[in-house]
Design a protein around this ligand. Structure first.
Ligand code: SAM
Length: 247
């Protein structure tokens, strides 16, 4: 059983709409310091927090988180904190990403995963490195476009789509796992219906201030629930999420 504790720390920064992959960015990124030592220190901290799965730790060593945040935040990229990615959204805290990945991997070691809330694409990249076939949906056009450009640049071959993720991806269903990286007000029934037999949905459920990490496993027409620690995520908006007027 996973040992999960702690809270996602959110920094709500400015709404930075500028696109940071301008001309020559790919070349510049290659010459950026690799920050391998910072990544090792982040992984050591994840281990101290109870993340022990070697493949997950290896994925956190492999994926260069500093390439998923704007240049001004790169020096903070390996601190265990969430960071602004523009449009009022955040890249999740490394511990949060590791915890959700661990919950997923323990129950679904391989297969097809749907991620709701692409954001920066960091969680997507971690899942890809772990060998999952990843589909991901983002509802904010600017974030979708930035993530799309980043996936191209970093050669991360994932299926991605712009739209309301609460409706899932019927053409790609069923999924062995679905991971929701934003706070849902209630069980997302449409996503549950797109799980394969034995598939798992990992979703933070609760109010806008605090949510309990919940794992829902499909057993035929029944769904089993497991509850874990509390976190604080940005809202899941959409037809089966919050409405913009709820805030
Ligand atoms: N996985 C992301 C990462 O690694 O950067 C985390 C991003 S953030 C915590 C949550 C994301 O969920 C935001 O980008 C937000 O726009 C997105 N989101 C919220 N509601 C959504 C919906 N209905 N469909 C798709 N994405 C949604």
């Amino acid at each position: 059983m996973s040992r999960i504790s702690g809270r996602q720390i959110l920094f709500f920064g400015n709404d930075e709409r500028k696109m940071w992959f301008g001309t020559g960015e790919g070349k510049r990124m290659q010459h950026d310091g690799d920050r391998a030592q910072e990544r090792r220190e982040m992984v050591e901290q994840l281990m101290r927090y109870g993340i022990g799965d070697p493949a997950i730790l290896e994925a956190f060593l492999t994926v260069r988180r500093h390439l998923f945040v704007e240049e001004q935040y790169r020096s903070l990229a390996y601190h265990d904190c969430a960071l602004p990615i523009g449009f009022g959204q955040t890249i999740s805290q490394p511990f949060t990403v590791a915890s959700m990945t661990l919950l997923l991997k323990e129950r679904c070691p391989s297969g097809k995963v749907l991620e709701i809330g692409t954001g920066s694409g960091y969680q997507t990249a971690i899942l890809h490195v772990l060998g999952y076939r990843v589909c991901t949906i983002e509802r904010i056009a600017g974030l979708y476009q930035e993530a799309d450009r980043r996936f191209e640049l970093l050669e991360i071959p994932v299926q991605r789509r712009f739209g309301d993720g609460t409706l899932g991806w019927p053409d790609q269903a069923p999924f062995d796992a679905i991971i929701v990286t934003a706070a849902a007000p209630h069980e997302p029934r449409t996503l549950m219906s797109q799980l394969a037999e034995g598939g798992v949905l990992i979703v933070p459920l609760g109010d806008l201030g605090s949510q309990q990490m919940t794992v829902i496993c499909r057993k035929g027409e029944c769904f089993e629930h497991e509850l874990f620690q509390h976190f604080a995520f940005v809202p899941l908006y959409g037809r089966e999420g919050w409405s913009e007027s709820d805030e």
